[in-house]
Design a protein around this ligand. Structure first.
Ligand SMILES: [Zn+2]
Length: 411
């Protein structure tokens, strides 16, 4: 796969850095990142770092080495260990990077940034990194909103959802008086192979590609953690489970990329952000658009509310806020009537999944910690489910006993 040298182009409304990817079969894709003209001077065209990171997984699954003109020294040095890791995760042999020149560039960037979606993770990162207790060197002074795949793979819907979110993020940035840099892209167009199609399995790489096309702006950038650091595993379905293993290898002389708050679970983050009035005005956790695209036929409707109040992100946030006793403060952002109708089923789901899903385990711990009690209907649902589990449990127990006996006889 040959990546052409990045070039910058301008229009009255955007500035774009782009590179043409040429595959071994001759197919070509123009890949771009674009921002508003005021941030044009920060787009990096001197090295292909952002495009190399974007190309890693497509090149891996198609078994093609990557050829570029220029790469920064850090990324060149780290390419092989990175591809060894992704090769293990996705089950493909590693590929190589071939660069005509390895460059050491110092852009002297000044900004400390983080993405702002309005979700629990991004609010937690923003509030932690603008608080008095945060050392000045680490304080966030720029916000960003990236369209690098989080909005799905349909270019029309993606663009609409990104611009809706951008309006929300800009409103927040104005209120807290911090500049916000929008970054649009067509990155999803290169992830058509089924093994790398969904955003969750390439999320950290796509965000990092977006960050490194702005190496002239960001000296440090925080990617909010999605779970705690100890939940690490090599999951080919969710890159955030193992991002702590590789994100340091995506850093360059200019830009440090860090995973923020890997020591707080979601409940702890929710507790912390509920202390700020900004949360009551701006909390936006809804994942309905992506869920609707991923699971065709299953549709979550927002019905005029900011958050749909029925997708998995909405309901786990609502249940947590409910247990923390602050639900009424969010009446203007969620459809609470919809939530109350779902609540018994959500409590049952929390109980059923408390040993298999760390988010549900955290909420169950909060349930016990706050002294909440099951209502008679919730208890009835739980007992019914437990009765249904009895035959399964007996079957597994018998299977285990038989296995032990067989091993004793034949081993
Ligand atoms: Zn939702």
């Amino acid at each position: 796969m040959k990546l052409s040298t990045p070039t910058i182009s301008h229009s009255a409304t955007f500035a774009r850095v782009s590179s043409t990817f040429t595959y071994e079969n001759g197919q070509q894709n123009e890949v771009y990142f674009e921002t508003t003209p005021e941030f044009a001077k920060y787009l990096v065209h001197e090295v292909s770092d952002a495009f190399i990171i974007a190309a890693m997984l497509p090149a891996l699954v198609y078994g093609e080495d990557i050829y570029v003109d220029n790469v920064s020294d850090y990324l060149s040095y780290n390419f092989d260990p990175l591809l060894y890791l992704f090769g293990k995760v996705f089950g493909y042999p590693p590929i190589k990077l071939h660069a005509k020149q390895v460059l050491h560039l110092e852009f002297n960037p000044q900004a400390v940034g983080t993405g702002f979606s309005g979700g629990v993770d991004s609010l937690a990162t923003y509030l932690e990194h603008t608080s008095e207790s945060c050392p000045k060197e680490f304080r966030v002074n720029h916000l960003a909103l990236f369209n690098v795949g989080a909005y799905g793979n349909d270019p029309v819907k993606t663009s609409k959802n990104f611009h809706d979110d951008l309006e929300r993020a800009q409103k927040f940035a104005k209120e807290v008086n911090i500049p916000l840099i929008p970054l649009n892209s067509n990155l999803s167009s290169i992830y058509t192979h089924k093994d790398i199609f969904h955003f969750s399995l390439r999320l950290t790489l796509c965000i990092s590609a977006g960050i490194l096309c702005l190496q002239k702006l960001f000296k440090r950038y925080y990617i909010s953690s999605h779970g705690t650091i100890d939940t690490i595993k090599l999951s080919k379905y969710d890159q955030q489970y193992y991002e702590g293993l590789f994100v340091q290898r995506l850093c360059t002389t200019n830009t440090d990329i860090m995973i923020a708050e890997p020591h707080y679970d979601r409940v702890e983050k929710t507790k912390r952000i509920l202390q700020s009035e900004l949360t009551t005005s701006h909390l936006y956790v809804c994942n309905a658009d992506l869920v609707n695209e991923k699971h065709e036929g299953k549709h979550h409707e927002k019905e005029g509310h900011v958050n749909c109040s029925e997708c998995f992100k909405c309901v786990r946030t609502l249940l947590t806020i409910d247990l923390l006793g602050k639900l009424d403060q969010f009446r203007h952002l969620f459809n609470l009537e919809k939530y109350y109708k779902l609540k018994d089923a959500l409590i049952l789901q929390m109980y059923q999944e408390k040993e298999s899903n760390h988010f549900q385990a955290e909420i169950y711990e909060l349930f016990k910690e706050t002294g909440a009690a099951f209502t008679p209907n919730q208890l009835r649902l739980i007992k019914k489910w437990e009765r249904q589990q009895l035959p399964k449990r007996l079957y597994h127990k018998l299977r285990s006993i038989c296995g032990k006996i067989m091993r004793k006889i034949f081993c």
